[in-house]
Design a protein around this ligand. Structure first.
Ligand SMILES: [Mn+2]
Length: 351
């Protein structure tokens, strides 16, 4: 399998020189960040990143993410133009050697947490979501500023989007997913790109917003909409694993055996009594997931796609601006070292 590491481009305090020194890592996961969602990425921007990575002995071949706009998710009039641009971005990425594109279908917001720097007993900090901090909030009436949420929306815009999703409902969202997949997957297939869908994080409804990429039944449904080797999952163990209902080692084994995992996000999470959760270090003992069983499921099924460590804790006085919470160097590098050990011990290999 292919070991990769997320890098946010030139503005990332973590450098390519540092990433290159992490044992096993050869592939870079990144995106063009200065283009509005729905618009076309300049070819020069993609090429510049590919070249910069190559100069540092690394291969930029995984994109995370090309965002799916609210217009596409809600089926609004602009969606055809946005989908056409999405397809053009896939073609451009393919031209410069990208093999895998990650994306998600979460309405309005990506991941949801209530705090990004919760201090553990050992002094490290991590992202958490506590229901006690969420349950009294009503997004249709209260002003809500949760960490990591897109602050470019006004509270009024957030309310109107939440209302629109409420009217759309889950089946409406599924229709728009189908519309998107039937246009985008054939283009990806033609270009030799694997599309990898990231699950909703956490995998259950928040504020009544429909969230459907949550469980085995819905993942099966998603994959069956377009039965293509280019229609795959980015199986994020920490996101799907926030729900006790999801048996991550079993799901990993199942979808890997079907060749429907393009990308693995490997991290641990600790589920609390009331369903709240705290992000943990990668080690199995630190959280609720059996990381060895997950890696074994990959090696047993001959998984040859990409994986990366996911959010780490902040340790050793590394400073996090909040904008890229969980994406420090040290704990993610420790994650790589741990995953390398599990892969080797299970008879797998890293290309
Ligand atoms: Mn993830």
């Amino acid at each position: 399998m292919k070991s990769s590491f997320r890098w946010y481009g030139e503005s990332d305090p973590v450098t390519l020189q540092e990433i290159r020194q992490i044992p096993g890592v050869k592939h870079i996961v990144s995106a063009v960040y200065d283009v509005k969602p729905g618009e076309v990425w300049p070819k020069e921007s993609i090429k510049k990143m590919v070249d910069e990575c190559a100069e540092n002995g690394l291969i930029f071949d995984v994109v995370e993410s090309i965002p799916v706009t609210e217009e596409i998710k809600l089926g609004r009039p602009e969606r055809d133009r946005h989908i056409e641009n999405y397809c053009e971005n896939i073609r451009r990425c393919a031209k410069y050697g990208i093999k895998c594109v990650t994306y998600n279908f979460m309405p309005v917001f990506d991941w949801t947490r209530t705090q990004l720097d919760k201090k553990a007993a050992d002094g490290s900090t991590s992202l958490v979501m506590y229901w006690s901090q969420l349950k009294n909030l009503d997004p249709l009436h209260d002003d809500i500023h949760l960490p990591g949420w897109d602050s470019s929306y006004s509270q009024e815009e957030v309310r109107s989007l939440i209302k629109a999703y409420g009217e759309l409902g889950e089946e409406g969202l599924w229709k728009n997913i189908e519309y998107f997949l039937k246009r985008v997957i054939p283009v990806a297939e033609e270009c030799g790109i694997v599309m990898a869908l990231h699950p909703d994080d956490p995998p259950y409804p928040i504020f009544g917003l429909p969230r459907v990429i949550t469980c085995e039944k819905n993942l099966d449904r998603y994959l069956s909409i377009v039965d293509s080797p280019s229609n795959t999952l980015c199986l994020c163990t920490g996101s799907l694993g926030c729900s006790k209902e999801n048996d991550i080692p079993r799901l990993t084994r199942k979808y890997s055996a079907m060749h429907r995992i393009g990308f693995m996000h490997l991290r641990n999470v600790r589920i609390l009594e009331d369903g709240s959760f705290e992000e943990a270090g990668h080690l199995s003992q630190g959280g609720s997931l059996d990381m060895n069983a997950i890696v074994k499921a990959l090696t047993d099924t001959g998984f040859d796609g990409y994986f990366r460590p996911d959010h780490g804790r902040m340790i050793w006085d590394e400073v996090d601006s909040g904008a890229r919470a969980g994406y420090g160097l040290y704990d993610r590098a420790l994650g790589c070292a741990y995953l390398n050990g599990l892969i080797e011990a299970n008879g797998g290999s890293i290309e």
